[in-house]
Write a protein that binds this ligand. Structure first.
Ligand code: ZN
Length: 227
């Protein structure tokens, strides 16, 4: 309905509530794969206090230590009757779904030019992107590069489909050796470090025990996003 009216929306498909089964997962994923034009995100449901599923998790012994659960910032827990192994597979699929090129609609960059003026000390670009859904070419002026992630999202100005476009194709002149080292290499090292910490319960408990680690980690994360 919103699509027919050309209204842009942002939506999520949630996985992992207590009623989730192999069938409902299959159904959701198939629908999502057949409708990339809506640009919906896949997410695992978060068990937040004092939601019904939170009370369900307490009643069923899935959260044993409430304080620890809050301190760990509400990790995803298996509320379903699926095995933990299968549940982890679903989590992995869901978390990779936003990055996997097979699953999103790509806009085609047909023009990109660095403008003479700057905003907040950063170069601004004019970019034209073709939408594969309606073939309209949208022009985006005063664009700033917000991250060095491989893709970023824009909305087609005509049909309002969510499109991913390659950051490098839009802001190629920002990809100097200095920026690549600073923003891609170091950032990926920090991400790998965080991933390592979160993977093992021993390192994870140390990480959560000493707030200084979390502070440093979030500060660096913020700096990278701004820089
Ligand atoms: Zn379009």
């Amino acid at each position: 309905m919103t699509r027919d009216a050309k209204i842009a929306i942002l939506g999520n498909i949630l996985f992992g509530d207590p009623e989730e089964t192999e069938e409902t997962i299959k159904e959701s994923i198939e629908w999502w794969l057949n409708h990339p034009e809506y640009g919906l995100n896949l997410l695992m449901i978060m068990t937040l206090p004092d939601a019904t599923i939170y009370r369900y998790a307490i009643a069923n012994g899935l959260i044993k230590n409430k304080l620890q659960y809050v301190k760990q910032e509400f990790p995803i827990i298996n509320l379903t009757r699926l095995s933990d192994r299968r549940f982890k597979e679903i989590c992995k699929f869901v978390s990779n779904s936003s990055k996997d090129e097979r699953y999103f609609t790509r806009g085609k960059v047909i023009y990109s030019k660095k403008e003479p003026e700057k905003r907040n000390g950063k170069d601004v670009f004019s970019i034209k992107i073709e939408c594969p859904e309606c073939h309209n070419v949208s022009e985006y002026r005063n664009m700033l590069q917000l991250s060095f992630d491989k893709y970023f999202r824009v909305i087609c100005r005509d049909c309002h489909a969510f499109l991913r476009v390659k950051t490098k194709e839009c802001f190629s002149e920002n990809y100097t050796l200095y920026n690549i080292l600073n923003n891609i290499v170091i950032l990926n090292m920090i991400r790998a470090g965080r991933l390592f910490i979160m993977r093992y319960s021993v390192t994870k408990s140390i990480f959560y025990k000493y707030p200084i680690f979390r502070l440093i980690s979030s500060k660096i994360g913020k700096l990278r996003r701004i820089g």
